[in-house]
Design a binder for this molecule. Sequence first.
Ligand code: PEP
Ligand code: MN
Length: 350
Amino acid sequence: MIVVMQPDATEEQVGRVVELIHELGLKDHVIHGTDLTVVAVIGDDRKKNGTVLEQVPGVDRVMKILAPYKMAARETKKQRTTVAIGDTCVLGGPHVGIIAGPCSVESRDQILQTARKIKAVGAHGLRGGAFKPRTNPYSFQGLGKEGLELLAEARAETGLPVVTEVLTPAEVDLVVEYADCLQIGTRNCQNFKLLEACGRQPKPVLLKRGMSMTIDEYLQAAEYVLAEGNEGLILCERGIRTFEDHTRNTLSLSAVSELRFRSHLPVVIDPSQGTGHARLVPDMCRAAVAAGADGLLLEVHPDPEHALTDGAQSITPEVLSELMDSLRRIAVAVDRDLVRNEPEAEMAGR
Ligand code: PEP
Ligand code: MN
């Protein structure tokens, strides 16, 4: 933290700032510049409420220097975290993980057909919502427990691990029984009780960025999960709200590089919620892999015209098949690959 004094601040006012810094249990380093004085605060001030220093007459502003998150930060952990979802999908290592499937589990036939088809083209994980966070209370809300059972059946047949959303702390235990990875949706990214509940269970967590959240707020949300002891955390950029209305959201691909720079956690891109249009999804997948994304979470439906949710942004298994070919080539160009992932014993999130 750095306290910037006003140009006409007196020595007494600087002294008061120093006194309060000591009260906070921290050390000071006063720097007299030609135009103004700044006081550098020395020590870990993340748990201190340093903004109160702005109350001292003569203070211009207080600037935070340390990232407000610790466990999620790259300074804390130099090596990248790899997170294994089941036995076939490892994110954060040399392989790019492809997690595909419908927005919602709709029927036995739909999820089994999808799982078989995405497996055949080389996907590493199956996604599908059983509990859906819907904007409108009258929209299809998902099949609930039945959806989870169908996902488990699809996993048993194909061997693909399952990523599925959990909406409330009360449903965490139920979803953990069936899922290989718990998805926390964009609308719940700052549901702190849900973050904590997911941090206290053993399965990996895929945390979508809140649609109106800054990167710092997002990494602080991640910190809630990590702070409860769950290291198997995957970040997922899924687009943010902007003025643009040609796309459902604005997919922030620079977030891949920025999140990987700020944090050691794997970063996945969801180009389906990110664009809202199936025609845009393949290009964004390619761009994401080129940008260094550790994986993709994308919506694939065998019959998008009849999808109960997010049909407009769902690609078909046939489109995925073609896409996988170009993704393989792009992955190699950025020193990655798309081979079937084999988790190693020491990886987090098992
Ligand atoms: C989804 O993955 O279908 C979904 C609801 O995602 P988000 O929370 O990113 O909107
Ligand atoms: Mn969706």
